[in-house]
Design a protein around this ligand. Sequence first.
Ligand SMILES: Cc1cc2nc3c(=O)[nH]c(=O)nc-3n(C[C@H](O)[C@H](O)[C@H](O)COP(=O)(O)OP(=O)(O)OC[C@H]3O[C@@H](n4cnc5c(N)ncnc54)[C@H](O)[C@@H]3O)c2cc1C
Length: 378
Amino acid sequence: MTRIVLLGGGVGGSMVSNQLARQLKPEILRGEVEITVINESDTHVYQPYFLYMAFDQAVPADAKRPERAVLNNQIKLVVGHAERVDREAKDVVMGDGAHIPYDYLVIATGSRPAPETVPGLVEGGHIFYTEEGALKLRDALAEFTGGRVLVTVGVPHKCPVAPVEFTLMVRDWLDTHGFESSEVLYTYPIGRLHSLEPVAAWATEIFDQRRIDSRTFFNVETVDSEKKTVTTLEGDTVSYDLLVAIPPHLGQDIVKRSGLGDAGNWIATDRHSLLMQGTDNIYVLGDATNLPISKAGSTAHFQADVVSSNLVNRIHGGLGSVRYDGKVFCFIEAGNDEATYVKFDYQHPPKPQPPTEMIHLYKLAFNKMYWLSAAGIL
Ligand SMILES: Cc1cc2nc3c(=O)[nH]c(=O)nc-3n(C[C@H](O)[C@H](O)[C@H](O)COP(=O)(O)OP(=O)(O)OC[C@H]3O[C@@H](n4cnc5c(N)ncnc54)[C@H](O)[C@@H]3O)c2cc1C
């Protein structure tokens, strides 16, 4: 019996396990292969909806399905908090003391925003990267009386374009809710508006057209929630009426507890095979890797194809040599009922096109189709 354990049942974990279950059905039915997903919640969450929730364009139910309903019925689901991975014993130790043995382990535990790493940010800022934060921001916008909306970005963070999307959408929201004279100030830690140079150039142009101000080399050091100011490592102090922060992210604590990652809890991963470096039976995908590519659901999706193909091939006696090419695809909501997209990989940089209504409609449709891709059908 070959035991494949998926640690994390989010985007990457569900896609790999569903693809495996379909392709290995005969082996599963003969009792030769077992696929187990470990997820700490019984609910599968589609995080892109949080952006729309902040503008009251979606509600929490849009973003959630029972985890069991997303998974093929050949897959075993264990709902619970995994405490650590024991590489010696080749098992996952659960919070309740149970041990789940594996022959192959796939780590897809994702990442989390870490606002607590910036003094004052939890008290003073809004963070739409969680359901709770998105709903609080929605309520704050409903009570907004005008002034400066300040957007700050910490790195690394998941969804590379969400800060730009939020900025364009909040400009649109202000303009259509009687706050045309309110200022939107977007800031970014390095010397341009985005880490991807073509996206930075595109954002510079569209921000000019849409009356959005910006500042670069803006690394938030502290937030004073009483005075409503942000102070940066570069020595600037900027006041705000509404602060929306995308905080720096960390990998999950289980990575630290298992001794698998670096200081940020990111796991050293081979950029092509997606094997954890130094191992031949642990794959890593999605936000959890240390790869210098965008942490995005689409990244996890493309990587899931590679990991599942290689596992099926290896179980059938092959070498598992399909390579991940760094492919990422992200829609970019641009406000005004328009959107564009970027597609890139290790070799080819993105080329953002002018936004259109058609792409915005496609993105809205994709949000609904996500449940088919999570189930491994699309
Ligand atoms: C506001 C917002 C907008 C976004 N928009 C987009 C977008 O438009 N396009 C896009 O491609 N991406 C987008 N993303 C990013 C995308 O959601 C993530 O990159 C993606 O979910 C990463 O997939 P993953 O499988 O690595 O992790 P996740 O999907 O986060 O799944 C990780 C899973 O691991 C589980 N887990 C973690 N630790 C443990 C443990 N110790 N024990 C048991 N289970 C555990 C969690 O419960 C979770 O289910 C957005 C994200 C946000 C927040």
